[in-house]
Design a protein around this ligand. Structure first.
Ligand SMILES: NC(=O)c1ccc[n+]([C@@H]2O[C@H](COP(=O)([O-])OP(=O)(O)OC[C@H]3O[C@@H](n4cnc5c(N)ncnc54)[C@H](OP(=O)(O)O)[C@@H]3O)[C@@H](O)[C@H]2O)c1
Length: 329
């Protein structure tokens, strides 16, 4: 097999394209012949040793992928050789083959394309857990999505609309805002560059002074405090990620004054600790996908050999929706 190997976690430039022995699965594992893998922000962090999960070196990055089961361990019952599957192993996806625990693999419904499948579970399931489970978002409420043109951001627009909420998308350029509106957002705010000081006024204007009921924040940094100051009474502020790099610190009196909650979202641990709720969330996402309510916006595809170029694009804040790596062989 061939794969991108991280031997020294100092950044994407240190990844190397290697020929490796094709591994055999252990009793509870399967081997997947990968057809497509998608980029997620944690893939960037993990190769810089900045992610909460620190795999033993060397490792193949790539948290999420889809392909065909090629071999199964002796104890595996839920999938068989030849099944089309999506997998979210945390690592292993940026290669032609991966061995992964069978519990982290799910069979694909008929007609679910490999590109879509590789770009679906992590962003949509994180967002489903965030908006519905952690924030209890209801029809008619307003949700403000930051970084709304990114992977989890575009998923948040679609899931919030599927619930019947009103969506205000916020992103750093007019082009990104236009994509958000195309994906169903009701309004958009460009907070890029010189627009940042106007962000609070824009939120106020678009919510008739009330503020958003729910904020979905995968960006953090200098957006968090002004946005938290704008949240509605009994608002729920979802802490999803820190793509900007800075981890915000808030004066706690703001939470008191708004009767508001700061709500953490950690999808990986949710999936591990609450498998029944996780399975139900995946079933609902599958139904919404089948009904056409959810569709990953894949803006670009690269051959697997160009994974480093794709990761650099993500680091440069250039990605819209999802980027997918494909394997032609
Ligand atoms: N909590 C969880 O369980 C969970 C699960 C999955 C992902 N996440 C986190 O969610 C965040 C987004 O992940 P993603 O896969 O959606 O990433 P993504 O597609 O790259 O989107 C991230 C967005 O953040 C904004 N951003 C602001 N400053 C940035 C910078 N310096 N570099 C890159 N982007 C920047 C960009 O939007 P603008 O240019 O419009 O600002 C970008 O579209 C990450 O922090 C990730 O770790 C958390």
């Amino acid at each position: 097999m061939q794969a991108w190997l991280c031997e020294n976690p100092i950044g994407v430039e240190a990844l190397s394209w290697k020929q490796l022995p094709t591994p055999d699965p252990q009793a509870d594992e399967v081997r997947v012949a990968i057809k497509a893998a998608s980029l997620n922000f944690p893939d960037l962090l993990i190769v810089q040793n900045k992610y909460q999960m620190k795999p033993a070196l060397p490792f193949v990055p790539g948290s999420e992928y889809a392909g065909i089961v090629e071999a199964v361990g002796a104890d595996v019952r839920q999938v068989k050789v030849g099944d089309a599957v999506a997998a979210f192993g945390g690592t292993g996806g940026f290669g032609t083959h991966a061995v992964v625990k069978a519990a982290l693999v799910m069979p694909l419904p008929a007609g679910f394309a490999f590109d879509d499948a590789a770009a679906f579970v992590l962003t949509y399931a994180t967002t489903h857990h965030a908006l519905l489970d952690r924030a209890a978002l209801k029809a008619g409420e307003t949700v403000l999505v930051l970084g709304a043109a990114g992977g989890v951001g575009t998923a948040a627009i679609q899931i919030a609309k599927a619930v019947g909420a009103r969506v205000i998308a916020a992103a750093s350029s007019d082009e990104k805002c236009a994509l958000c509106l195309q994906l169903g957002a009701d309004a958009a705010i460009n907070y890029g560059g010189a627009n940042l000081p106007k962000l609070r006024d824009e939120i106020k204007r678009l919510t008739d002074g009330k503020g958003p009921d729910v904020v979905y924040d995968p960006v953090g940094g200098d957006l968090a405090e002004p946005v938290f100051r704008s949240i509605a009474w009994r608002g729920r502020y979802l802490v999803v990620g820190f793509a900007q790099g800075g981890i915000p610190a808030l004066p706690w009196n703001l939470a008191l004054l708004k009767g508001a909650s700061i709500v953490g979202v950690f999808w990986g641990d949710f999936a591990r600790r609450e498998p029944k709720q996780f399975a139900e969330s995946i079933r609902q996402l599958g139904r919404w996908h089948a009904e056409g309510k959810l569709r990953p916006h894949i803006s670009q595809t690269f051959p697997l050999e160009k994974a480093v170029d794709a990761l650099k694009l993500m680091a440069a804040r250039q990605v819209k929706g999802k980027v997918v790596l494909t394997i032609s062989a």
